[in-house]
Design a protein around this ligand. Structure first.
Ligand SMILES: Cc1cc2nc3c(=O)[nH]c(=O)nc-3n(C[C@H](O)[C@H](O)[C@H](O)COP(=O)(O)OP(=O)(O)OC[C@H]3O[C@@H](n4cnc5c(N)ncnc54)[C@H](O)[C@@H]3O)c2cc1C
Length: 383
């Protein structure tokens, strides 16, 4: 089949690899002028690792990552809020802290090897589906195609989602995070976070090679104020909360060196229409608090590619893909939506509830197991 993929991110490159390896002719349209290794650190959970293993790139990525044994969060007072260790699920359970760029580069290399055609500087704004085939339309109004079908993998702010006019509910959070990567010799083998109320959150995620990915949560409309206050005042505030961040902050001189990322939650009833199917953040973006986005995107790619091989037709594959993925994705989306206000919101009371309740949950073995399965990306639904 001739397949168009809009968006050369994680879902787009992963699905292109799998579809091209199955003998299809795949073209990725990417809006960026160059496909390059950008982004901050992400947690590669066992669910995402399984897909990368299948693509034959897990071992190489693992060598360029940090093995994570768990996550921990502390209150400003130093009181532990939560500690979860993957080892409680079994010996071979762990996550990797990895720079998104490393993951992306390996997916991209595999695309080149699989002879995927990559068209950069091409922003897909619309499509034209005549029932037999589909054309994609770029920012210049140029039509590309025909294709047998189109995979929309154009991320959280998907233009194709709007073009497809599928029913959806969107929530843009008032909260965001700024990210940076740099040297950090004090945090190893775990995601380390410090949280104060529901408005101040700082985290360090080891990503290998003596580096950590640093993030600072803030209200979206406080960013300008932060920049006005200046780098020095902000660094002092962060270090007072999280001393191990000092080394990394030393390597940053301007706010422009950091990445600002807002959060969006979109819930769509259907992830396919006509000859178009939605994958990854284009289908189900969430806030990053459970750290599942990349992992869900990788699983979507594998699930859809398998459904196409099994059913042989796009229509059946799209239906099967949604049937197989819906329950799990809905679980993660709903849980993330529920939990986000306990970590970043304008509701201080939710911090009080969190501080009382959360430390107790992992003490109950059944709850701890559920929490770990969820964190690992292995929980398939509420039940
Ligand atoms: C602050 C933050 C922290 C996160 N931390 C984690 C984490 O720890 N673990 C985790 O698993 N996930 C994390 N995520 C989520 C993760 O980054 C996303 O869920 C994941 O990247 C989704 O992959 P995707 O391929 O669907 O979208 P993306 O990776 O966003 O890729 C979309 C691609 O489409 C391109 N594109 C967009 N529009 C068009 C267009 N019109 N035409 C052509 N190309 C287009 C973009 O340039 C991009 O290359 C985090 C997200 C944020 C914001």
């Amino acid at each position: 089949m001739k397949i168009a993929v809009s968006g050369g991110g994680i879902a787009g490159t992963a699905v292109s690899n799998l579809l091209a390896s199955a003998g299809n002719q795949v073209t990725i349209f990417e809006q960026a002028t160059q496909c390059q290794a950008i982004g901050a650190g992400i947690m590669l959970q066992p669910s995402g690792q399984a897909v990368l293993d299948r693509l034959g790139i897990l071992a190489t990525i693992a060598r360029q990552s940090a093995k994570l044994e768990g996550i921990e969060a502390f209150l400003l007072s130093g009181r532990p809020l939560i500690e979860l260790k993957y080892g409680h699920l079994g010996e071979n359970h762990f996550a990797y802290g990895v720079h998104r760029g490393v993951l992306f580069q390996h997916l991209l290399n595999r695309c080149v090897q699989s002879k995927v055609d990559l068209q950069t500087s091409t922003q897909i704004c619309d499509f034209c589906d005549d029932g037999d085939s589909v054309h994609v339309i770029d920012q210049q109004g140029t039509r590309h195609g025909p294709f047998d079908f189109l995979v929309a993998a154009d991320g959280a702010r998907s233009r194709l989602r709007t073009a497809a006019k599928l029913k959806s509910r969107t929530v843009d959070y008032d909260y965001a995070a700024i990210w940076a990567t740099g040297p950090c010799s004090q945090v190893h083998h775990r995601l380390h976070q410090v949280i104060d109320g529901t408005d101040r959150l700082v985290g360090l995620l080891p990503i290998g090679n003596g580096q950590c990915s640093f993030f600072w949560g803030l209200r979206t409309d406080h960013y300008e104020e932060l920049v006005q206050r200046g780098m020095l005042a902000w660094k002092q505030e962060v270090i007072a909360m999280c001393e191990p961040a000092a080394e990394l902050l030393d390597s940053i001189n301007h706010f422009q060196e950091m990445t600002f990322a807002g959060y969006r939650h979109v819930r769509m009833q259907r992830w396919h229409v006509g000859k178009v199917v939605f994958l990854g953040d284009a289908a189900h973006p969430s806030s990053p608090h459970l750290g599942q986005g990349v992992n869900l995107a990788l699983e979507d790619a594998a699930c859809f590619a398998d459904a196409l091989t099994e059913t042989g037709t796009f229509q059946q594959a799209a239906v099967r893909y949604q049937q197989l993925r819906q329950r799990k994705v809905r679980y993660y989306q709903s849980l993330t939506r529920m939990l986000t206000p306990f970590f970043q919101s304008d509701m201080p009371l939710s911090a009080t509830c969190r501080n009382i309740g959360l430390p107790w949950f992992p003490k109950v073995p059944w709850i701890r197991r559920r929490m770990l399965q969820t964190l690992s990306g292995l929980q398939d639904g509420w039940i």
